[in-house]
Design a protein around this ligand. Structure first.
Ligand SMILES: CCNc1ncnc2c1ncn2[C@@H]1O[C@H](/C=C/CNC(=O)c2cc(-c3ccc(F)cc3)cc(O)c2O)[C@@H](O)[C@H]1O
Ligand SMILES: [Mg+2]
Length: 210
């Protein structure tokens, strides 16, 4: 189980390595302008789940500026692949720069488009059979339809892990109800706080049982 050990990061800001990119974004969003990155507190839980799963294939829904993309990709084993979907081209362009600054381009495939259009095409277009880990952080009302779509497209296998951000704030009630009541998932809530605030939020980790 992903434990909640204190996640301390010592990074050297003198070079653009993933840690310094993460630190720079967190510093800016905490002190200058709030933004909807998963952030450092929930980010540590994300880190522990990624490390525990040690995935060869990862799907991220909702790249935004690439903060969580960098957090995940920096922990991936060699040859592991992260596909991240983002349908806003302006935002995708920013994410590409952030991923490049972190030096993680060769681990990340950023695809511009909507999840609903791409999920059915991932198998044949990207040669991925199933995903070991899926990070859901896009529009909250799409968590459930996209999860059902991934099931239907055979993108989940016994043991695939879904990790969903914001299950409390803004909330994804229909998704939570589904993964917590379905016999096909083993679900667990990791209590935390909304990025850069004291408001409660958390991540739901759901293991697909096949
Ligand atoms: C159409 C669904 N498919 C999609 N396919 C691909 N990309 C998608 C999709 N949806 C949205 N996106 C992209 O993902 C990003 C959207 C993320 C939505 N996230 C939130 O709304 C969110 C919102 C909050 C929040 C919390 C409290 C507040 F007071 C205000 C905001 C906190 C978070 O951590 C969040 O993740 C954007 O870049 C958008 O262009
Ligand atoms: Mg989020």
């Amino acid at each position: 189980e992903a434990d909640r050990k204190e996640c301390t990061q010592v990074t050297h800001v003198h070079e653009w390595d993933p840690g310094s990119v993460i630190q720079a974004i967190d510093h800016y969003c905490r002190n200058k302008e709030w933004a909807m990155n998963v952030g450092d507190e929930k980010g540590c839980i994300l880190d522990s789940v990624v490390s525990e799963v040690n995935p060869a294939t990862v799907l991220e829904l909702g790249t935004y500026c690439g903060y969580s993309t960098v957090r995940i990709a920096r922990l991936l084993p060699p040859h592991a692949k992260l596909i991240t979907l983002e349908f806003n081209p302006a935002v995708a362009a920013i994410a590409r720069q952030v991923i490049a600054w972190a030096g993680l381009e060769d681990k990340v495939q950023l695809v511009e488009g909507a999840s609903g259009d791409f999920i059915p095409r991932i198998k044949e277009q990207f040669g991925v059979k199933t995903f070991d880990l899926v990070f859901l952080d896009h529009w909250k009302e799409y968590y459930l339809p996209d999860t059902k779509l991934m099931e239907e497209c055979g993108l989940l296998r016994k043991g695939s892990v879904l990790l969903a951000d914001n299950v409390v704030c803004p909330g994804a009630p229909d998704y939570l109800e589904y993964v917590r009541s379905s016999p096909r998932y083993e679900s667990r809530y990791f209590k935390s706080h909304l990025e850069y605030t004291k408001v409660e939020d958390g991540l739901e980790k759901s293991v697909f049982l096949g």
